[in-house]
Design a protein around this ligand. Sequence first.
Ligand SMILES: [Ca+2]
Ligand SMILES: [Ca+2]
Length: 365
Amino acid sequence: MSGKRLWLAAWCALVLVAGLVMLPAGSSPAAAQTAETGFNWLAFYWNNTTFQGSPALSRTDPVVNFNWGANAPAPGINADNFSVRWSNRITFGAGTFRFRAGADDGIRVAVNGQIIIDRFTPSSEFIVNTADVTLGAGTYEIIIDYFEGTGNAGVLFDWTNITGGAPATFAPGVGTPLPGGAVAPTAGPAVKGVVIVNRANVRTGPGMQYPVFTQVARDQVFIIQARDCDCGFETWFLVDLGGGAKGWIARRVMLAYNGDPATLPYSKELIESPVVEQDPGGQGTPVAPFEVQGVARNNAIVRSAPSQFTGEPIGVIDAGQTFRILKLSASQAWVLVDFNGLQGWTFVPNVRVVVGSFAILPRGD
Ligand SMILES: [Ca+2]
Ligand SMILES: [Ca+2]
């Protein structure tokens, strides 16, 4: 079956038959049911094919069903050489489901961290892969990775309940033979996480019962070192905050990318950090744009550079003193502060924000 025909079949099925699935050759027509798509997928778009760096765009896509042709998927995104990661939580009844993933160029799909379709390879046409998966009743996290190389771009994801049909007869992800000689363009060694809420708490241990010692802001990116368990959205990630610091962030506020979280080692490490009071107000009081103020949680050393190795101590802010915060370091572990004319860098855990938030600070070293 040619990719062109599948490309047409996929679009005809969706556009003309109002959601009825055109199943791949060899499947039983009696098993055909209305396709489901999920809705309101959280989407991140990168201007490269490998999910590198901060996403250039995040938005909610109602469904994963696009025919971009030769166009870009959105303003600010390339027409070629981009990648997209969609995630969602979908509740299924018990049954066997035929997942369908079509793409020009490549796509892979994971259900609760298990890859069920893996064709993350270049292609010059729209290719559909399917996988039959039996699920118990419950809620599952689905992550779709897609990339476009050159030429036309399109992507499609849905599923049908085929319970009662023939049991799965092929291994996951081999519904369509992979193009020969293709090389999977993945994934550096580090699994990274991007913060997907305005402010995320960083804790000393993997659980809500551990104290918060700093916060991170939307779109900040960290290398994930470990996870505490394999428990879906209840998982906690141990992240590298830079400057030798690390802390625990809940997976529900952080999207992992750039690698497979299932490859992360397990850890329950507790982080030593200053025991600090929690920020009672939470939001501070916004004033002028980029006006951010902090209070020293303890006697905060101010350094000439955002590093405890290369930054010389140039002063100290006594505990309880208020100062302006001018910038967040590239590592997101340090802030540039101005305390009565003393300007330098101090470590984020030294700081409690009382006006504004880290999220509105300019970034850089
Ligand atoms: Ca293109
Ligand atoms: Ca293409």
